[in-house]
Ligand binder design. Structure first.
Ligand code: MN
Length: 742
């Protein structure tokens, strides 16, 4: 285990102005915070953040990054809070540690390979500072180095995630050694047979080619020295995963595998690269088609080198990379390397790898982020060369770990529709990160969203204005339209059943279907919906089905029909209303038409209240209006007189209020009060204390000294309303208070 002073000295060796006290403080704080916690291996937990810090010190990162590494698991795994980190180490480190905490929350979610790209975007969106990603990669590297202590099931998830997400991320950030090591650890756990086969083969080749690496190194060095090119030559065996993926790519077997050695020639200056190249090519044969000049054409992740393959001293194919020291550093350390070099302006990036806004290095950073985004698509890459890349997107998860990308500002309704239209249509609530939250809550990156569904639910049309995504909006519109149509259909069906009964006929959809031509309708559903909307008279439908029969005399105005409980059957619950149809002597039929399932639709119901409102306790009646459905009036309403001559439109309804589902209903009252300061406040206070809701208030001065106040209320029932009126009348400022009809 790295010791405290070793770590601090290592940082000071490459960053002489590093804050030594900060590093010591972070070391001691993290050690205490993790206390007796143990890793899966049984080692003290603190050994983990310490090793992560050591990896980053090897990469020569700044003091803030090293301190962040030491603290990276404290918020998530100990009692430490963000506030404490801010207070003790400053906001910069607080923000970095917070970024790592957010990423860690995503660790145990499974990520499918096809979502890897989205997940990398999420990582970038969360990591506003590139140092967060660097610490995360070092964290993952140490976890992969110690993966054998983790339970097999979890081990597989972590290895897959490393292969799909983190190794490519390291590659795109230009850190080849990190990418290779991550890939190799993951490969060993994900495909142990292939891994050991490659390792075995390497062992055989190593024995057969004993001394070959040394031999080639010496030959290359000698030739370069003769030509007066200063160089460091280093040979290495390729990593098992790199060999394996090459075999897969080129469809070759292990037996055919020969070029497992790679050599690197590192020289001081760019022109030395080309001099070294000419030495190599004039000494040995170059393999055709293997020469690539990434110095004049760098890769998108800033990688530069000359690649070539020669037929070496023992007729062995040898891969060569020729590069300068700086190029080598960029290739190995990628983003981290840029901290070590002065940019073109000659100014040194002041802190680690996050340079000030206007330096070249900042431009380079933007370039990097763009490149991380779309490594393979140059056009999109150009579009995205902004750091604010993901400001317009949020990435959230389903409880099963599916990643859902949404536009910024999206809420759980959008999320539900993005998962599946059926989920959206039946959504009644949402839990965000395990807590029930309102459906209008704006989602944030990394939120886990669980949608609560109910079969009986239909999306309220008001959601159309709440939803942000077009997909959700159009699905809500469609569902609302279908539901309204279904409601009209059911309403029409009830009206027709009654109309047939009055003529002592049995209603059936089949008989309607036979009369479609005479009704100029396409389907029986269309007929029922048209009747429900009031566009087609039920008598016309009966006539069309039984053209030979003379119509029975139209029924008396239903208002005068004696209301008995027998002989009425329910049409169902509609906003606490049960529709009952008078005139039949039949008992309610068990197999009769079921209720209209329109709970929750509110504004789109074919049922609405007349202007004066109606409350439970009032005797009420419904009036069917073409295109508008049923309007509910209290039986005493003046407005009903207008429908006296249209008995076909009268529909009887009764209240059906369940105790388990209390609802408020609209009522309008008129209060005459003294025109003096405070009288309105007294009126409002009476209503409020009695648990009434005021929807709207309108004031007029008809008489001097008095104000007439028209109030739209919401109350539980008639008794509640009467209590409020009595309370108002008891006030000295109130001269009268009464129901007002619309
Ligand atoms: Mn960790």
């Amino acid at each position: 285990m790295t010791r405290q002073y070793e770590l601090v000295e290592r940082v000071l060796s490459y960053q002489p102005n590093a804050d030594e006290a900060l590093l010591n403080r972070a070391y001691v704080y993290a050690m205490k915070a993790h206390g007796n916690q143990k890793r899966a291996s049984g080692a003290p937990y603190f050994s983990h953040p310490l090793e992560v810090a050591a990896i980053l010190a090897e990469m020569r990162l700044d003091d803030a990054t090293i301190a962040t590494a030491l603290l990276h698991d404290t918020i998530e795994d100990t009692d430490t809070t963000r506030g404490e980190i801010d207070a003790l180490f400053g906001r910069e480190i607080g923000t970095l540690v917070d970024g790592l905490t957010k990423i860690k929350k995503l660790d145990l979610v499974t990520k499918k390979a096809e979502q890897a790209e989205n997940f990398r975007k999420l990582l970038l969106a969360i990591s506003s500072d590139i140092r967060v990603l660097l610490v995360k990669l070092a964290d993952r590297l140490h976890n992969m180095r110690t993966l054998e202590h983790v339970k097999p099931a979890k081990r597989k998830i972590i290895a897959e995630e490393t292969m799909d997400i983190y190794a490519p991320l390291a590659g795109r950030m230009g850190m080849q050694w990190l990418r290779e090591e991550l890939e190799d650890h993951a490969f060993a756990w994900l495909n142990p047979e292939a891994h050991s086969a490659v390792v075995e083969r390497l062992k055989i080749l190593r024995e057969r080619n004993q001394g070959l690496i040394d031999e080639i190194e010496i030959a290359l060095t000698t030739k370069l020295e003769e030509a007066d090119v200063a160089s460091i030559v280093a040979g290495r065996e390729k990593k098992p995963y790199a060999i394996w993926s090459k075999m897969e790519r080129k469809q070759i077997s292990l037996e055919q595998l020969s070029d497992i050695y790679a050599f690197r020639i590192v020289v001081p200056q760019v022109e030395d690269c080309y001099r070294a190249l000419s030495v190599v090519h004039t000494t040995w044969h170059a393999v055709p088609g293997r020469f690539k000049d990434y110095i004049s054409n760098p890769k998108q992740n800033d990688y530069q080198s000359i690649h070539t393959t020669i037929v070496g001293p023992r007729h062995q194919r040898v891969e060569l990379q020729i590069r300068t020291e700086r190029m080598h550093s960029v290739a190995e350390y990628g983003v981290a390397a840029h901290a070590l070099y002065k940019d073109a302006n000659g100014s040194h990036a002041p802190k680690g790898v996050v340079p000030s806004q206007d330096s070249n290095a900042y431009r380079w950073l933007r370039h990097l982020v763009g490149m991380l985004l779309d490594g393979d698509n140059p056009e999109e890459f150009l579009e995205h060369t902004k750091l604010e890349l993901f400001q317009d997107q949020v990435f959230c998860f389903t409880p099963k770990g599916r990643l859902i990308a949404l536009p910024r500002g999206a809420n759980p309704i959008d999320f539900a529709y993005a998962v599946h239209t059926d989920i959206g249509n039946t959504c009644v609530g949402a839990k965000i990160n395990g807590r029930p939250m309102p459906l209008v809550t704006e989602l944030r990156n990394g939120d886990e969203v669980e949608i609560v569904c109910s079969k009986a639910q239909l999306p309220p049309s008001a959601w159309q204005s709440i939803a942000v995504t077009g997909k959700a909006r159009s699905a809500i519109r469609r569902a609302t339209r279908d539901a309204v149509r279904a409601q009209y259909g059911k309403l029409g069906r009830e009206i027709l059943v009654r109309a047939f009964q009055r003529r002592e006929k049995t209603f059936s959809e089949e008989s309607i279907a036979l009369a479609l031509g005479r009704l100029s309708q396409k389907t029986a559903e269309d007929v029922m919906a048209a009747v429900g909307r009031g566009e087609l008279a039920s008598a016309d439908v009966v006539r069309a089905v039984f053209p030979e029969e003379t119509p029975v005399e139209p029924p008396k105005r239903r208002r005068k029909v004696k209301r008995t409980e027998e002989g009425w059957f329910g049409l169902g619950k509609v906003m606490g209303l049960k529709f009952r149809w008078p005139g039949s002597s039949e008992r309610p039929r068990q197999d009769g038409p079921s209720g209209i399932p329109i709970r929750g639709l509110r504004g789109d119901l074919p049922v609405s209240f007349a202007d004066g409102g109606a409350v439970p306790g009032d005797r009420i009646v419904g009036i069917l209006t073409p295109g508008q459905g049923i309007t509910i009036y209290p039986i005493h309403a003046e407005a009903l007189k207008a429908f006296d001559e249209e008995p076909e439109r009268w529909i009887d309804v009764t209240w059906d209020i369940g105790e388990d589902n209390p609802q408020r209903f609209p009522a309008k009252i008129a209060v005459t009060a003294l025109n003096e300061p405070g009288s309105l406040a007294q009126v409002a206070a009476v209503i409020g204390e009695a648990d009434g809701n005021i929807d709207n208030i309108k004031m007029t001065n008809r008489v001097p000294d008095y104000t007439e106040i028209l109030i739209d209320l919401e109350v539980w029932d008639l008794k509640h309303l009467n209590d409020i009126l009595a309370g108002l009348r008891a006030k000295d400022v109130v001269s009268s208070a009464a129901r007002a009809s619309g």
